[in-house]
Structures are given as C-alpha cells and as structure tokens.
Design a binder for this molecule. Structure first.
Ligand SMILES: [Zn+2]
Length: 262
C-alpha cells in the first residue's frame, strides 16, 4: 500500500542517496534515517553509514551498530554505545550503523513533569501533548530523576545473522534504581510501519553517561520534557533494501511488538 497522499503533507518520506545531503547542510525539523526497521527485522545488521556521517545529519537519536552490537543513544552531539554488559561507551567516528534515526534536536514544546509516571502513563501523557499534530513524527527528550529504569541490550551477532526476533530472545536486561538520566526517543505515526517503529521507541542513558539501553520500563519521579515536531523523514536505503511497505502484515506487527516491548 502506498503512503496515504493526505499524510504526505504532514510528513515527507524521501529516499536520499549518500550524496543528497551536502556536507555542512543542517536540516531543521527533519529526521534522517538509515535503512528500515523491516530490513533490521530480517537480519540486515551490516553497518553502511559511519557515525561521522550520521553526526552530520543530527545530534540526537537512537539506533544500533554494525553486527547489532548494542543499543545506540545520540545526545547533545555525542553518540553512545550500550553493549551487552549494560555499560555505555563513546562511539568512534569510524564505527558504522545498519539502522539509526537522528535529528538536530530543536524542541518547540517544553513541559515540567512534576508527578510520578510509569511508561504507560507517560505515553498517554505524550499522546495528549502531540494530539494536535499526531500525524507528524516527534523527537522526545526527558531529563530527570527516575526511581526505576529497566533497559536491555543485545550481544554482537555473527554471520549468518539470525533474524532480530531470535536475537531478542537472548537479550540481557538491566535494572537501575534512583538514577538521574535522559530518555531519548521518537513517536512515529502508524503509517510509518515498515520504515520504523510505529508509536513510541525510547532509549535511556544515565546522567553520568555510564549505563543505559533500549528502554523497557520506567518510573519517573520528576523531570523536564522537550518535544521537537518533525516535518520531514529522509531515508537512506542501502543497496539491497527494498523501499519498505508502509503497512506491515499483522504477523510482522506482532513480531515487532515482541521485540520492542518485551
Ligand atoms: Zn531500541
């Protein structure tokens, strides 16, 4: 099914070649994404974009690494790798990624979070914050104090690469208590299914940048929420990755749901 033309006004999905983004050109309120979630689901873990290149397209975001070696967090222009030991390491510019989404974070909306919220309450609250513009993509950052955080990471994979659903069966999870840190992520409208994770996708990193991962559960005590409304989604698809189907089959959705929320 092609993208609904009515929605294309709200979000432009463009296929970019490597040279389409000129060096030094800074896109505003635009997401840059390498590859697609569908390609990642089926085991395309070969990195093809370096973090030097990624950093030219955004200072904020999430993703993974060549050979699926951990969870990526981009924050304030620095990229971190949370490996399967739960520790965060600064990423070398030459390291490559098979899947990442970044933006230059320019929030238009700032809210103080004064009441404790868990993951579900936070998503419901955010749904309200973006209700006027729910068809757009949103970049979301929260800096605050968390009484509880549960994250996961995945170990580096070896060829032949298994599909993501098998890798996640062996994910390692980490629990943090009474910690300051940042939640980094995105809210994607339903029609991006196939290109990215529809709904919410968050990663977490501690304030001292020592630990984190893909966020599974949390309880925030207080914090500051910032939201950037994105109008464009620029895709770079490596050779061999098909233009993704915006609508996933239900079986694929179930698979993705297990992977992202397990
Ligand atoms: Zn993730």
């Amino acid at each position: 099914m092609p993208l609904d033309p009515g929605l294309v006004g709200a979000l432009h999905v463009e296929r970019l070649g490597r040279l389409d983004v000129r060096a030094g050109e800074r896109l505003h309120h635009a997401l840059f994404q390498t590859s697609t979630i569908d390609a990642l689901l089926s085991g395309s873990y070969e990195g093809d974009v370096s973090f030097a290149e990624l950093g030219a397209r955004g200072d904020f975001g999430l993703g993974t690494f060549d050979a699926l070696d951990g969870e990526m967090i981009g924050l304030d222009g620095v990229f971190y790798q949370v490996k399967a030991d739960g520790r965060a390491y600064e990423v070398d510019e030459q390291t490559k990624t098979p899947f990442a989404v970044v933006t230059f974070f320019e929030p238009r909306e700032i809210r103080q979070l004064a009441a404790p919220m868990d993951h579900a309450a936070f998503r419901a609250y955010l749904d309200g914050v973006v209700a006027d513009d729910a068809a757009a993509c949103h970049a979301v950052r929260v800096d605050g104090h968390f009484s509880y955080v549960k994250t996961r990471s995945v170990p580096r994979q070896h060829k032949p690469y298994p599909p993501l659903v098998e890798v996640v069966e062996h994910q390692v999870t980490f629990e943090l208590h009474d910690v300051r840190g940042s939640l980094v992520g995105f809210r994607f409208p339903d029609y991006v299914g196939g290109l990215n994770v529809a709904g919410y996708h968050f990663h977490f990193i501690t304030e001292d940048r020592s630990a984190g991962g893909h966020l599974l559960e949390f309880q925030i005590t207080r914090g500051e929420l910032r939201v950037d409304h994105e109008s464009d989604l620029n895709l770079e698809l490596p050779a061999g990755v098909e233009e993704a189907m915006p609508d996933l089959a239900q079986s694929k959705k179930d698979e993705l749901n297990r992977i992202e929320n397990a």
